[in-house]
Ligand binder design. Structure first.
Ligand code: GLN
Length: 542
């Protein structure tokens, strides 16, 4: 079976299309179906890797090293299907390969056009995902942007063609819209009516509507929407604002029988839904007790999407440890040029139980992060460093323990006399920015007696990377002689992947060069996040 569900959005962005698409995936998986998720991004960048977090939010990295849209992270947290470069289709990739084929003379003298050449390329990429695994049942294709945007027209046109070619039972359209509330709590359906009209202009009649609304829509409103949009009444669903967690959304849709309607429309017979994993998440959510306060100290802290997988992983770790994880997102520049770190982070300030310094790029705010790491080390607060956060831990140790006051990464200070973090050898001659970092999954070998070994319970682990700089091997001896623990290496031992503060002096200081947050799931938190939160709880209790 190879069937297709196209998920589009209307009225405005940020309605939760990614979570809705992921939840549909989760519901279909709960029925025993094999689902693959695809994101179509209408931007001209070839991938998300070169975009600023302010433009784009997090860059999600797959095992095969693709730098993709953050929605792939949602897919990974809600569904099981494999995700790789093929699951992220951008306008940039599509045009790049069409233009390359044109230069190679592959179009045999034809005039190369948006229809059929660009749309054929989009369709063939979607079919590649569908055919990659023989046991695949359904591909869910989320089309980025909002219907009516100029950029998304080729993707919607490709969807229209596929729905026509595959037939109604094999390809359907799910459209997500907004039902806004105006004065006196009145819910308005007009934007949804217009949004469906815009869909009809592209030639697609939505089969299913999901209406984002502050509350569950009542029967008359659903009937009205159905009447104006040619959508069956029982195919109009609500995605209400919820104040629990996004992991409730699969249950919210299940309770409205969204999965049943999809299966009926597509003529799929399946077993009964097994929603136990989602019940279990909600049970853990409801039974959390107490809290730990984690300071996430980095850059771009005013936008939630920058570290979406990281925040998700902290949340998952809280569920597993039965505790609320309260986040204080602090721009590290707030700590720079000040001597009162403890007033800001300690008992009389944010009252933090642990510090997490996440990944990041560029010089701004670095010294503030170093201060946060020093505070955690001196005050025996658990510290978790990820990628840049590990490089910060190295710099802090070199400056404050080894007293090399100018120690730095060559990323920030190319002429430092103590370049304790420096460019990966294979990066030295790299000129292009896009797709050229150390990217994707590789093996890490953990040392006996380390926090990381205890967390994973395994000597060999696979995690994903995204960086150009690394721990400088020339300082290995001085670092270890002064007490810093080199706790994990890559498989040939040439790169340091994890460092830890001496266990006899500090309860839990651990930093890794990879990004464990990408693989964390609500029912299966990343081991290091789980242990970090456990260490925070332990220290808080004293
Ligand atoms: N800027 C650092 C590097 O490139 C860290 C990257 C990251 O945190 N993802 O090595």
């Amino acid at each position: 079976m190879n069937k297709f569900i196209f998920v589009s959005g209307g009225v405005c962005s940020s309605l939760g299309k990614g979570v809705a698409a992921s939840s549909i995936g989760a519901l279909l998986e709960s029925r025993g179906l094999n689902v693959r998720m695809v994101k179509c991004d209408p931007y001209i960048n070839v991938d998300a890797g070169t975009m600023s977090p302010y433009q784009h939010g997090e860059v999600y990295v797959t095992d095969d090293g693709a730098e993709t849209d953050l929605d792939l992270g949602n897919y990974a947290r809600f569904t099981k299907g494999r995700l790789s470069l093929a699951n992220s289709i951008t306008t940039g990739q599509v045009y790049e390969s069409v233009i390359r084929k044109e230069r190679e003379g592959k179009y045999l003298g034809k005039c190369v056009q948006v229809i059929p050449h660009i749309t054929d390329e989009i369709k063939s990429r979607i079919l590649t995902v569908a055919n990659e695994d023989t046991d695949n049942d359904i591909v869910i294709i989320e089309i980025g942007g909002t219907v009516g945007d100029i950029e998304s027209i080729p993707f919607l046109e490709a969807a229209r063609q596929m729905i026509h070619e595959q037939g109604k039972k094999n390809a359907i359209s799910v459209h997500l819209t907004l039902i806004p509330e105006v004065a006196c709590g009145e819910l308005k359906t007009k934007p949804t009516q217009h949004s469906v009209k815009t869909m009809l202009e592209t030639g697609i009649q939505p089969d299913i509507l999901i209406c984002r609304s502050p509350v569950m829509l009542d029967e008359p409103t659903c009937r009205k929407i159905a009447q104006f949009t040619n959508v069956d009444r029982d195919a109009v669903f609500t995605s209400p604002d919820i104040n629990t967690t996004i992991y409730q959304i699969p249950m919210v849709f299940f309770d409205q029988k969204l999965d049943e309607v999809i299966l009926r429309k597509m003529g799929i017979e399946s077993r009964h839904a097994d929603m136990r994993p989602w019940h279990s998440v909600m049970e853990k959510f409801a039974s959390r007790q107490g809290k730990v306060r984690i300071g996430v100290i980095g850059k771009y802290m005013d936008i939630n999407d920058t570290y979406i997988s990281l925040y998700a992983a902290l949340f998952h770790a809280g569920l597993e440890n039965g505790v609320n994880v309260e986040l204080e997102k602090l721009d590290s520049s707030a700590l720079e040029d000040k001597d009162n770190t403890d007033d800001i982070l300690g008992k009389n300030g944010l009252n933090l139980d642990g510090i997490l310094v996440p990944g990041g790029f560029g010089q701004r705010g670095i010294n503030g992060m170093v201060k946060a790491a020093a505070w955690a080390r001196e005050n025996k607060k658990p510290y978790f460093g990820i990628c840049l956060g590990m490089q910060i831990m190295v710099i802090e140790w070199a400056r404050n323990v080894l007293k090399w006051t100018d120690a730095d990464s060559t990323e920030f200070s190319p002429d430092s006399k103590h370049p304790v973090v420096s460019l990966l050898v294979e990066q030295v001659n790299v000129k292009n920015y896009g797709g050229t970092m150390r990217l994707g999954a590789s093996e890490t070998v953990n040392e006996e007696g380390s926090h990381i070994m205890a967390a994973y319970g395994n000597e060999k682990i696979i995690e994903r990377h995204r960086h150009r700089y690394e721990f400088s091997n020339q300082y290995r001896n001085e670092m270890t002689n002064s007490g810093l623990k080199l706790a994990a290496f890559n498989s040939d031992g040439s790169l340091v992947e994890c460092i830890e503060w001496p266990h006899e002096d500090h309860p839990w200081g651990c930093a890794v060069q990879f990004h464990p947050e990408y693989k964390s799931k609500p029912n299966k938190p990343s081991p290091l996040f789980k242990d970090f939160i456990a260490a925070c709880i332990k220290e808080q209790k004293g």
